[in-house]
Design a protein around this ligand. Structure first.
Ligand SMILES: Cc1cc2nc3c(=O)[nH]c(=O)nc-3n(C[C@H](O)[C@H](O)[C@H](O)COP(=O)(O)O)c2cc1C
Length: 188
C-alpha cells in the first residue's frame, strides 16, 4: 500500500523543504522513492534522515505543488529536522540503505521515533478528490491535457458537494495552477 504524506528534509544551509511523497511501509521500515531530480532526493542523500508527516489537510499538498511551502514547523526529537506543526502524526526516519537507480532510487529508512498529535476525524470525499487532483497536477508534463480536464470535471462534483470553504479555496488554487500551466504551454 502507498500512503500519501508530506516529507520534510533539510538542505546544506539548514533550510527545511516540505514535499508530497507516496511512501511504502513494512514493519519498522519506510521506503521513499524520489524521481531524479528533486530537493528531497538531494537532502536525503546529504543528511540520511527525514520526517514523514501524516495529515488529512489537503491544503498542504496543494500549497506544496503551487510552491507556497512556508509552513509552521517544530524541531524533531531524534534527528536533525523539523515536523509540520499542524500534522496529525509524524515519524522520524534514518536512511539505512539506498537502492540506486538512474530514474528513481529507493531509500530504505528505519523509523527512529513516532509521535501522535491530533485525532483523525474521518474520511471526506472532497479531500480525497483534491489529493487525486494533486497527483494530476504533479504530472502535467507527462499526462494528456484532455484526460486531465476530464478527470478534474469528475473530481469537481465531490469537491463541490462535500468540501468546506477550506477545500473549496484549495480547489480553486489548484485549478488555477493547472490552467496557468496550460495557458503558458499554448503561448510557447
Ligand atoms: C500525493 C503525491 C505523491 C507524490 N509521490 C511522489 C513520489 O513517491 N516520488 C516522487 O518522486 N514524486 C512524488 N510526487 C511528486 C513530488 O511531490 C514533486 O516532484 C515535488 O516537486 C518534489 O519536490 P522537491 O523537489 O521539493 O523534493 C508526489 C506528488 C503528490 C501530489
Amino acid at each position: 500500500m502507498i500512503i500519501e504524506t508530506i516529507i520534510s528534509t533539510v538542505n546544506s544551509k539548514g533550510k527545511v523543504n516540505f514535499a508530497p511523497f507516496g511512501i511504502k511501509k513494512n514493519n519498522n521500515f519506510i521506503y521513499i522513492s524520489p524521481y531524479i531530480p528533486s530537493r528531497t532526493l538531494e537532502n536525503l542523500n546529504l543528511n540520511k534522515c527525514a520526517v514523514i508527516n501524516y495529515t488529512d489537510d489537503v491544503r498542504y499538498f496543494v500549497d506544496c505543488l503551487v510552491g507556497e511551502k512556508k509552513f509552521k514547523k517544530l524541531k524533531s526529537f531524534n534527528i536533525d529536522g523539523f515536523y509540520l506543526q499542524d500534522c496529525l502524526s509524524h515519524e522520524e526516519v534514518r536512511v539505512v540503505s539506498i537502492k540506486n537507480d538512474k530514474i528513481r532510487p529507493t531509500f530504505k529508512c528505519e523509523i527512529v521515533g513516532e509521535y501522535n498529535h491530533k485525532k483523525f476525524l474521518g474520511f471526506n470525499r472532497a479531500k480525497a478528490s483534491i489529493l487525486e487532483a494533486c497527483i494530476l497536477a504533479s504530472r502535467l508534463k507527462i499526462l494528456d491535457e484532455k484526460k486531465i480536464r476530464n478527470e478534474l470535471d469528475y473530481l469537481n462534483i465531490s469537491v463541490k458537494k462535500t468540501g468546506s470553504y477550506k477545500e473549496l479555496r484549495s480547489w480553486k488554487k489548484l485549478n488555477k495552477f493547472i490552467e496557468d500551466y496550460f495557458e503558458n504551454k499554448e503561448r510557447k
